[in-house]
Design a protein around this ligand. Structure first.
Ligand SMILES: Cc1ncc(C[n+]2csc(CCOP(=O)(O)OP(=O)(O)O)c2C)c(N)n1
Length: 368
């Protein structure tokens, strides 16, 4: 064992649901149950939407199954004025921060209910209402964007704003990761960078991604604190992320957090993970499932029972199915909106193209 937070693994909740009393953040019952509800919620959304993808209703989906704890704890801890720059698997933060589920789903369908008017690839959600920025698909740009945004907030004197950025283990090999970490170390903007180390970047294992003993240790070279936390441990994440957010908010500088977790499902609906990893490995991580582990803790405290669990599942499933029903009623985005929101004044050549488009034949409506 090591005392170095960048090399060790901060844990509070044991696999059997018992807790390390000395480090228990002692959350009240309401907070514990809200965390649980949000985690169960996104798991059900993921299951339902993967099924919709298989039915041909949406083109692409990337689930966060097994990795729910980090986004949910983040969403619960952030304040209204904070900004989020997600990677692929943190869209649930928007839902925790109050973004409507049907509008969130509309992004995946790319229909007229989508705030981005169907012009982004599915799973690239954003929402100005909750200060949530879409990721860019190419790996990494959200990181310099997040430190830059935090720096801008500092320059403008918005002292209470912080930004949080996410990266996978794979994206740490991108130049943008290093640019962002260096900027964070030098300028100390109010920012927290979280690496969800889920062991795989599609088919590339962590062992091919870095020769460092952990990702958290990389922070040291850039001059910022790095801490490695069990990303399937809700209580440990609560302590680590709240301390990092508070540090940024107090102007004490950025933190780099490595959340050790595992992608239980496929990389995305386009991936077949059986071609590169063993079922045995997946099963080992299933035993560490963040929801099941937290549930054992809540049951031991008497906060969850068989009946309450069943009722929660039924209530959330009904809510999700209703949101899906609602979103599937939308039509395609109006074609005259295709060039909206790009220029304050549309250049003449784009206006010409838009007119040509409007004069042309109308495409048949896609069936949902
Ligand atoms: C610059 C760039 N290279 C490659 C890809 C293709 N790609 C999409 S996701 C992905 C793996 C990302 O792995 P990681 O950062 O660990 O995040 P995870 O998907 O595991 O959450 C790759 C290689 C891409 N989108 N952009």
């Amino acid at each position: 064992m090591t005392d170095d937070p960048a090399l060790g693994l901060y844990q509070v909740l044991h696999d059997d649901g018992s807790v390390d009393e000395a480090h228990d953040p002692k959350l009240d019952d309401e907070t514990l149950l809200r965390l649980f509800r949000h985690m169960v919620h996104i798991r059900i959304v993921d299951e339902r939407m993967l099924a919709r993808q298989r039915q041909g209703k949406v083109g692409f989906y990337g689930a966060s199954t097994g990795q729910e704890a980090t986004p949910i704890v983040t969403g619960m801890l952030l304040q209204e004025q904070d900004w989020v720059f997600q990677a692929l698997r943190e869209g649930a933060i928007m839902l925790v921060r109050g973004f409507p589920l049907d509008t969130w789903l509309a992004q995946i369908y790319g229909n007229e209910g989508d705030v981005a008017k169907g012009r982004q690839m599915p799973m690239h959600m954003s929402g100005r209402a909750v200060n949530h920025v879409s990721w860019s698909s190419c790996l990494g740009p959200q990181l310099p964007q997040a430190v830059g945004m935090a720096w801008a907030a500092k320059l403008k004197g918005h002292e209470d704003v912080i930004s949080v950025a996410f990266t996978g283990d794979g994206a740490t090999s991108e130049p943008d990761f290093h640019a962002a970490m260096n900027f964070a170390g030098v300028y100390k903007p109010p920012c927290v960078i979280v690496c969800q180390n889920n062991h795989w970047a599609i088919s590339v294992p962590v062992s091919k991604q870095t020769a460092s003993p952990t990702f958290a240790i990389k922070a040291r070279a850039y001059g910022l604190p790095g801490i490695r936390v069990d990303g399937n441990d809700v209580l440990a994440l609560w302590s680590v992320l709240s301390a990092a957010f508070e540090r940024a908010r107090k102007g004490e500088g950025p933190t780099f957090v490595e959340a050790l977790t595992y992608r239980i499902g496929a990389h995305s609906s386009s991936d077949d993970p059986t071609r590169y990893r063993s079922e045995e490995e997946v099963e080992r991580w299933r035993q560490k499932d963040p929801i099941a582990r937290f549930e054992r803790y809540l049951r031991a405290k008497g906060l969850v029972t068989d009946d309450s669990r069943k009722a929660l599942e039924e209530e959330i499933t009904a809510e999700v199915l209703e949101a899906i029903r609602k979103v599937e009623e939308h039509g395609l985005p109006a074609r005259e909106t295709v060039l909206d929101d790009v220029f304050v004044e549309r250049p003449w050549h784009l206006e010409e193209q838009r007119q040509e488009l409007l004069a042309g034949p109308v495409a048949p409506k896609a069936a949902h």
